[in-house]
Structures are given as C-alpha cells and as structure tokens.
Design a protein around this ligand. Sequence first.
Ligand code: NAP
Ligand code: MG
Length: 405
Amino acid sequence: MAEKIIMKTPLVEMDGDEMTRIIWKMIKDILILPHIELKSEYYDLGLEYRNETNDEVTVKSAEATKKYGVAVKCATITPNAARMDEYNLKQMWKSPNGTIRAILDGTVFRTPILVKGITPYIPSWTKPITIARHAYGDVYKNVEMQVPAGSKCELVCTDKDGNEVRELIHTFKDSSGIIQGLHNIDKSIESFARSCFNFALDTKQDVWFATKDTISKKYDHRFKDIFAEIFENEYKEKFDSAGIEYFYTLIDDAVARVIRSEGGYIWACKNYDGDVMSDMVATAYGSLAMMTSVLVSPEGVYEYEAAHGTVQRHYYKHLKGEATSTNSVATIFAWSGALRKRGELDSIPELVNYADMLEKATIDTIEEGVMTGDLMSMSTLENKRKVGTEEFLVEVGKRLDKYLA
Ligand code: NAP
Ligand code: MG
C-alpha cells in the first residue's frame, strides 16, 4: 500500500450520537485511517458529553472551527422531553447546529448526491440543485397578535432620539383579525449574500436569488439591493473570471425556472422559502440519506455534515444486536468534503485526490448495485444487492484501495 497522506493543519472533528456515531467510527477505521495520517482536533458532541460539560464542548468546537477553518460534524441529538429522561439531562440543551451556526454566522448549503439508478421525480434534474437558506429572521422571529374588531393597528418605530414614525397597518372595523411584525438585519443579509457568493466561487456554480420585491417594495427589495450591491462591489470580477453568474428574479419566476432546469446551481432562498423549498428539492431528488450539508461563514469557514439526523430507530436495532442497513453516504461525503477543503487550503493535492476517489468509490459501489436498504426500493438497477451498514463501507473501501493503489 502507498504511504499515508500527511496533513498540515488539523481538521476539527465533531463526533455525535446514536447510529451516526457508530457509522462515524466505521468510516474512520475502514476508509480514512488506512490512507491518511489523520490530524484532527476531536470534540465529542455526543449528548452525554455535552451534558457533562454543560454544552461548553459545543461552543469550544465552534471556536476551534473558526480558528482552523474546516470542521466535519456527525449528526447529534437535539434534546426534547423524551431525551431529558433517556439521558438524565441537567437541562434541555439547545441544538448544537443552532449554537455552531450562531457562532460562525453561517449559511447552510444542502446538496443532493446523484447516482445512476435513482432518478429524481423531476427527470430533467440531471445535476444537483444546492439550496442555501438564510437562517435568520422574517417569520421565524416574528411577533404576532390576534386583534378584536374595532382595533386600529399601526407599525411604530422609535429611533434613538425618540422620534416616532407611524404607519397604519389596518383598521379592523367589523371583524376581528390577525397581524404580524417581521424584521431582518442588513448585517445578516450581507453575511448571507457573501456566504452564497463565496460558495459559488468555491464550487464554480451560478447563484440564483429570488424574493417578492414587486409586492414587498421595502422589505424584500432590501434583500435584492443588498445582494446586488455586494455582488457589484466585491464579487463581479471574480465571477467573470470564474465564468459563473449571479441571477436575480422574482420568486414565482424562480420556481418555474427551477422546475424546467437541469440543476447545477445554487438557489439562495429567504428563510421561509428555504424551509419549504429545501424539503421539496430533497424529496424530489429521492432521499435525505443522500443529502450533504455544509455551513459556510461569510469569512469562509466551512463545517461539513450529513443533512439527516442520528437515525435513532436503526440505533435501537443495533443495540439489540440486530443487523442494520443504514446509509452512510452523506456522512462519507461530509468527510470527503472537509478533507478536500483542508487539502485545498493547505495545498496537499494527494488529500484532494483522496477525497475525489472516496466519493467516486462510494458512488461506484451503489452504481454497481451494492446498496443499503433505503436505496433498494428506489433504485431501478436490475442487479442489486442489499448490504448491511458495515458491509457497505467495506465494499466502498475495496474500491477506494484499488483507485488509490
Ligand atoms: P433521522 O435521524 O434523519 O431519521 C428519520 C428516518 O429517516 C429514519 O428513521 C430512517 O427511516 C430514515 N433515515 C434517515 N437517515 C438515514 C440513513 N442515513 N440511512 C437510512 N435511513 C435513514 O431523523 P429523526 O429520527 O427525526 O431524528 C433522530 C435524531 O436526530 C433526533 O434526536 C434529532 O434531534 C436528530 N437530528 C439531528 C440532525 C443533525 O445533527 N444535523 C438533523 C436532524 C435530526 P426508517 O426508520 O424508515 O428506516
Ligand atoms: Mg422544512
């Protein structure tokens, strides 16, 4: 076997929970450690250790990501009432992803992994559509009221000198009704725009952005203006030399164009649009288990993970000693994405090549008919075989060894 690849800067490694934690170790043992002298700074974000450290480990892992620039994260439990009992928690700790995102101020990009034999519900989508969802404000930080008939509702803004500006929302004469207050922050929209443009340059794909600015002439229009301004001032030349484009249109027009497209671009969405459209796009491509996710900060810090959760149901089977067939593809791609980025930043071509070969070996395994249970019913391949969680990784490993030899 060839010599192991040496890394320069450590990769921030965030371990997680349940079935994905089992897969995490298998991926390292079977696919990574035989080929790479892995240099990682390890943070255990498993729920037990988060509880033990009062969730400080999550904050530390995010700070390390800021310092080193690249992280790979395993899926983690976001505690709810049931988990409080199950893990005997001191507190209902917040979602680690939320904590990390708040520290990195990032945008999440979700990209489907396409394989032959699994045709998207929209057959013209031959390339992936990456959705970028703005993760701050709008209806997710709203204030709303039910108001009785006879109410007069106004929007009031008091500036720092105490001056008031008022605008009538509606006078509810003979019917009760509802009102809602939304906000967003220029700084957050700017970060969102920069993350999208950086990721576009990184992946050499166009950016599409859409709002309803014809109707929302101040609110949505502000999004449009901020994107346009940042693009013109900071990215236009870089896009020109990379041969990619920034394209703005109305949200309804965007939806129509997306359906007719062949994919291969980044679709930047306002918070609500991203919530709704990411579920549509993920479903249309087939499976959450085949969806990668990367958090990109406006400064260009990257955190890679799978889009799915900890696959709890499979974990309980695993604990009972039953055979599992859990799909590890998205977690493998989280590792390959992070290692490739580390290789690019540190100029280690062998590491970039390793990442390419790891992804190729994974896709080839499925396209040669070896797959986990979730893909069996979806794949139209004729000769296919269901394998267990570990056997799938061993099959990928065989191909990887060949490609790297
Ligand atoms: P989930 O873990 O994504 O699993 C939901 C179901 O989808 C599974 O039961 C399984 O269906 C299928 N599935 C998902 N990933 C799969 C894979 N890799 N291979 C095969 N099947 C897969 O979602 P959840 O059950 O709602 O959440 C479980 C835990 O994950 C929760 O504690 C939640 O907080 C956490 N979570 C974490 C993240 C994150 O860290 N990014 C994201 C979402 C959820 P079948 O059971 O029918 O086989
Ligand atoms: Mg949603």
